[in-house]
Design a protein around this ligand. Sequence first.
Ligand code: PEP
Ligand code: MG
Length: 527
Amino acid sequence: MAERFRQRAISASPGIAVGPAYLAAQPTAEFAAGQQATSGHEVLAGAVQTAIGELQRLAEGADPESHDIIDFQIEVLRDPTIAATTTARVKAGENVVFAWVGTLDGYITELEGADEEQMRARAVDIQDIKNRVLGALTGKPIKDFPAGSVFVGSDMEPSRFLAHDWSAGGGIVLHKGSAVGHVALLARSRSVPMVVGAGDFTVAEGAPITVEGDAGMVFLPTGNTVMRMVPRPAARRHDHTEPSDNGMLNTADGKPVLLSVNLNDPSEVDAVSIRAIAGVGLMRTEFAISSIADAANEEKQLSIYRRVLEWADGKSVAIRMLDVGGDKPLSGLEDVHAELRGIRLLLERPEIARVQARALLRAAVFGKLAVLLPMVTFPGEVEAMRRLFQEEAAQLDRRGLPYCMPPIGMMVEVPAAAVMLDTFATADFFSFGTNDLAQYLAASTRRAVTADSRKTSPAVLRILANAARLASTKPMSICGDMAGDPQYLSALLAAGIRHFSMAPARLPTIRSALIGLNADGTTAAGE
Ligand code: PEP
Ligand code: MG
């Protein structure tokens, strides 16, 4: 093998990847344009035109009855009063996508309340065009890179990660990036080797490159040897050794402990054996719902949540409402990002929360759903969101759609909430988010706090132990990265945590680390 040049980096996701380098200098222009596109009137007009085109193609060769329905739908899409109502809503300050949804929802409600059966039947046709236009809005192309290659760039967008096919292997090397950033979370959950903070280096496009995720190392060729590409199995699913204990373990002194998984995208369920886990402790929704058009699309969200709930087969699935703002952008919402994040953004923009609440209420019929609220700081925020769920449930009732009211719990990831946890009577359960807790406790950023994790973790563990006492008898779990790190297991057990939710790839490590530990975190005699 030719001589290789070694570049130090920071480990972000374990495993070894070998493949040709794909050089992504910057997020591509077309990607950036696509991200901003959904905020404009022109884009909505374009999506309406796309929908009309699709309907016209559908009409070709359709039977006369279908033709009539399609003609009616096209007529509605061209109706100037619909355009005028949408424009008026935008002028009143609504985002154009939600203005579109609000206008059509108003029309749908009117039709659903009509006396004549024929009119009521039209509601579903309007629902259909509403979603068709939303579908056209989300159809932004993301420039993909060749399967099996190693992505080399300054940073990477979560949607680009999600759009890529990782089944042929490959990895990620970021010149900057963060080990607790969102792409790193995704990489760990999909077992994609990744390093960050690799600094500046040059490598030729297509040159063979090796990423050592555990060691935080990149190997670059100095000669021109072509290294063999090692395809990684599509999913690290070790069926032959996969435990079937439903993630229900015991400490050495016989106390039950639950192991669940964190998911970032519904497709991740394909790589997880349901018999090896107690449930889903955290499903982040901000990656699967990555644009304002997705946020407005109740049906799309319903299908995402339903897929995970049905897969879970009656086990608990905690789906977290959109945690956007701050370092998690949602394209089309740039105006409020800087100021607000998580539940505060949802309450400031209730039109987003209402769509998600309806989709969650409807999805709850298909499994054991629990709703998790992000970045909660004050008890009133939980109360306000619960009221919103009740209002949307009443709305679904009026429309005759089946739903279930799920338990509503909160992330404990803001220090102000953690120290006052006994005042959160309205939350049904708690889930500790140590990633943000560490960041905000240390007045740091997610990137910087990783470098200092050894220094900040005693403070995080102390606040967590105190909060766990304040939680009293309420169900609590941990879903931050600390849950999947064996060095903290004893301290977390000692703090009273009995339910750990982590990236699927971390499960085997935590399973083995549990062996020989008592429920108070001490090592059992004889171990
Ligand atoms: C956390 O903050 O620990 C957490 C689980 O939420 P996220 O990483 O999505 O911010
Ligand atoms: Mg968080």
